[in-house]
Design a protein around this ligand. Structure first.
Ligand SMILES: *Cc1c(COP(=O)(O)O)cnc(C)c1O
Length: 459
């Protein structure tokens, strides 16, 4: 058998941005000032920033060159037509409405499809997506398979929709009260876990039988396509481009945060096949985003989004990207630290419930852990647990999600594997003295999306 060879990143570095290491004493002080919320830290105080993979990608020379070709006309910018063409070609949908980022598209699709009291099934939830669905009067219903909640399960497609759960919702409320299924690709809150093509086919068949639309949350669509290529029978010899197009063809449109798989720092869009919906969306766009050919973005940004779409579906790029995440995940896992498996496409998730099993969920173990990792090494991560889940709108109590995680999200094309080694060492170090850590209490809580600005004190 041939020896397995090292595969290096398919790019070289042309511009660098210096980052600084601070002292532990200093970090202890600033995390306290930040209310033990990593969102409230200043970027200059962070060494390796794994807060999010959103808008943090390094753009290519080709994208930067495209930025110089920004056509800043208020209407009919050349760059819009480049974007429209890229979406039609790579995603396969007819109509494109640019938005300032993913949530802009979520807002529009929710407003034009959801009526008061409608039900919106989805595979787990995403914070902004569900918020917009609820604001439009919808009731979100989680229909992801149960394995998604089991951090130990090695199920290779934890993002799958449970067809029985979906069918029973249809039976219970009726198809006419379900405007669409919100189908997220490579589910963020489940740990970056994909759905299979087989599942998407079955969901598509079921929904279309009842006249229910499918709108993908395509934020991490390329990573989902990569996992299908790697894990699903019959797809190993297909290109990422082919797999992505095939997946998209099973749905009726998508919302996209290009800040993730789109390889840009800002931007997104809503893509649709239905003309009437497109017209409705186009009517709302100027109210919330901007004229329909710029949607809250500069012409140069539209160009970067268009070029990012093509780069994102190159097989060697996406392979290097996901392999780096796996590199970090395996290092942490092999040291005995509990993480979500299989390792996701955009992030490594530490299982804070097991990591800090002595801290009850109402004392925010994941938030505590993220703060401690920052103190140890200047690595910034974020909580994905009880704080992110928010409160029940009826009872006012915490939602107590099953998963209590710390997310180490890896920006695309930004860090080297030596950075990943530093991160792994720090996590292992904190794990070695985990028994010494105590919980925290919330001392400030905003009304919405509290994880962004809530403040805490040590207990
Ligand atoms: C980031 C994200 C969004 C929202 O996109 P923004 O560009 O941040 O507004 C929606 N869905 C998922 C799964 C995301 O990760």
């Amino acid at each position: 058998m041939e020896k397995e060879r090292t595969i290096a990143e398919p790019w070289r570095i042309k511009v660098v941005e210096p980052i600084k290491v601070t002292t532990k004493e200093y970090r202890r002080e600033v995390i306290k000032e930040a209310g033990y919320n990593t969102f409230l830290l200043k970027s200059k105080d962070v060494f390796i920033d794994l807060l999010t993979d959103s808008g943090t990608s390094a753009m290519s020379d080709n994208q930067w060159a495209g930025m110089m070709l920004g056509d800043e006309a208020y209407s009919g910018s050349k760059n819009f037509y480049n974007l429209e063409k890229a979406v039609q070609e790579i995603y396969g949908y007819k109509y494109v409405l640019p938005t300032h980022q993913g949530r802009g598209a979520e807002h529009i699709i929710s407003q034009i499809t959801i009526k008061q009291g409608d039900f919106v099934p989805g595979n787990m939830y995403f914070t902004t997506t569900r918020e917009h669905q609820e604001r439009a009067g919808g009731i979100f219903v989680d229909v992801i398979i149960n394995e998604a909640y089991d951090t130990h399960s090695e199920h290779t497609f934890k993002g799958n929709i449970d067809l029985k759960k979906l069918q029973s919702l249809i039976d219970r409320v009726g198809a006419d009260r379900i405007p669409y299924v919100s189908f997220e690709m490579n589910v963020n809150m489940a740990g970056g876990q994909p759905f299979s093509m087989e599942n998407a086919e079955k969901v598509s068949e079921l929904c279309h039988k009842y006249g229910i639309s499918i709108f993908y949350d395509a934020t991490r669509c390329v990573e989902n396509a990569y996992f299908i290529q790697q894990r699903e029978k019959g797809y190993h010899d297909k290109s990422i481009k082919e797999i992505l197009k095939e997946t998209m063809s099973l749905g009726d449109g998508c919302t996209m945060s290009s800040k993730k798989d789109g390889l840009v720092n800002i931007g997104g869009f809503l893509a649709l096949n239905d003309y009437d919906l497109f017209v409705k969306g186009m009517a709302l766009l100027p109210v919330f985003e901007g004229f329909p050919t710029y949607g809250g973005l500069a012409g140069r940004d539209l160009e970067a989004v268009a070029r990012g779409i093509y780069e994102s579906v190159e097989d060697d790029y996406i392979s290097a990207r996901v392999r780096q995440v796996e590199y970090l995940g395996n290092k942490i896992k092999d040291s005995g630290v509990p993480i979500v498996t299989p390792i996701g496409g955009h992030a490594v998730y530490l299982d804070a419930k097991r990591f800090l099993s002595h801290i009850p969920q109402y004392e925010f173990p994941a938030q505590r852990l993220a703060a401690e990792i920052y103190v140890d090494s200047g690595v910034r991560s974020m909580e994905r647990g009880i704080i992110s889940a928010g409160r029940d709108k009826k009872t006012g109590d915490h939602k107590y999600p099953k998963l209590e995680l710390v997310r180490l999200a890896i920006p695309r094309r930004v860090y080297t594997n030596l950075h990943m080694d530093v991160v792994a060492e720090s996590v292992v170090e904190v794990y070695s003295y985990r028994d010494k850590l105590r919980g925290i209490k919330m001392v400030y809580e905003p009304a919405q999306l509290r994880f962004f600005t809530a403040r805490f004190e040590l207990l």
